[in-house]
Design a protein around this ligand. Structure first.
Ligand code: G6P
Length: 367
């Protein structure tokens, strides 16, 4: 067991530390002769150009990777994109035409609802593209094309490295769509690809010093509830931060688009209530700061995830976790890592079994 964990106290921590490798392996061989290639797509350039709607369907953590993808596909390729949990999608007669691309995201490749959604999409004539971690899995077999996430086997029930592999794969897919739609030149794609590859080293830097994350976790460990907030990409990643925390520490956590605070969640806040804010550099940074201020005025204990070099944030937050500067499009990759470590540190401090949380299964093959 100790050997299997590679010297780490649990699989979750081992898998969190594998993430730089996951980035590198997922990107390996993708840039060929200066051009981005996903030959497994199973679609011609003409077919890609015709896509006028994208659905990302998934469950759990994979659904959150879909929220990230929506931000990227819409920003880059300008294709309307919806993200939907598979259990809803399969029963609501979704609008699918031959120019709809359905992207099914599933670590295990065998989640019952996701498979049913794939079948539904194909019956309706849509193209299905799978993103999975398991070679030859049902999702891989039943999709028109597939990207494998190269996370390798994930043992901890709460997904970490698979999520990262999914986000990186979906980022590649978004770039391919943007290219096909004529929104990116090859030079732009190459520039972005280089920055995407750099995130491997940036994650290594985050993993090298986790003191600030552990301090923030200790301050929050006895709370009953926590709120994760962010805007744009920060909102997408907040949902995953909250899910990770509730899954493994049993601390009730919710995520909200920060702009919605005043429409409900702010009523929850009182002295010491943890608010975890994704406040990295982005076009909506100032807006997030004002949401942090309104939380603090109500006594919240604010943990901010911010960009290295941002000293200003210290005035607004009780704890600051710094991540390296990346463009906003790649912030889900860097920010997810400290949020995983934050959830794990709280779970460990609360005496929870981080690898095998109660009531949860690694893969859900029944409805
Ligand atoms: C279960 C797992 C989650 C996972 C979800 C979807 O709930 O505990 O970690 O995100 O299923 O699984 P999939 O294999 O389809 O990504």
């Amino acid at each position: 067991d100790v050997a299997e964990k590679g010297g780490y106290p649990d699989f979750m921590l081992k898998e969190i530390h594998e993430q730089p490798r996951v980035v590198r392996d997922t990107l390996a061989g993708r840039m060929v002769g200066g051009a981005l290639k996903i030959s497994e797509l199973g679609m011609s350039l003409e077919e890609l150009q015709l896509i006028d709607r994208v659905y990302v369907i998934a469950c759990g953590t994979s659904y959150h990777a879909g929220l990230v993808a929506k931000q990227l596909i819409e920003a880059w390729a300008r294709i309307p994109t919806e993200v939907e949990v598979a259990s809803e999608f399969r029963y609501r007669n979704p609008i699918i035409t031959p120019t709809t691309l359905v992207v099914a995201v599933s670590q295990s490749g065998e989640t019952a609802d996701t498979l049913a959604a794939i079948r539904e999409a194909r019956i309706k004539g849509g193209k299905v593209f799978g993103i999975t971690n398991v070679i030859g899995s049902p999702v891989a077999r039943e999709s028109d094309g597939v990207i494998y996430t190269k996370a390798n086997k994930e043992i901890a029930v709460a997904s970490t490295k698979s999520f990262l592999g999914q986000v990186v794969s979906l980022t590649l897919l978004s770039m391919v769509l943007a290219q096909a739609k004529g929104k990116f030149t090859q030079a732009q794609t190459r520039l972005l690809f280089g920055e995407l590859a750099d995130t491997a080293e940036q994650i290594e830097r985050i993993l090298a010093d986790t003191t600030a994350i552990e301090e923030a976790a200790l301050a929050c460990k006895d709370a009953n509830d926590a709120l994760f907030i962010g805007r744009g990409m920060g909102s997408a990643i907040s949902y995953e931060g909250a899910l990770k925390l509730k899954e493994i520490s049993y601390l009730h956590a919710e995520a909200y688009a920060a702009g919605e605070m005043k429409h409900g969640p702010i009523a929850l806040l009182s002295k010491g209530f943890p608010v975890i804010a994704v406040a990295t550099q982005s076009p909506v940074y100032d807006k997030v700061i004002s949401n942090i201020q309104e939380s603090r005025t109500r006594g919240a204990l604010v943990v901010a995830v911010a960009t290295e070099g941002d000293e200003e944030i210290r005035k607004h937050a009780d704890y600051v976790i710094y991540v390296p500067r990346v463009r906003d499009a790649f912030s889900a990759i860097t920010v997810s890592v400290p949020l995983q470590l934050f959830a794990r540190a709280i779970a460990v401090a609360r005496g929870c079994d981080v690898d095998q949380p109660r009531n949860l299964a690694k893969s859900v093959t029944v409805e």
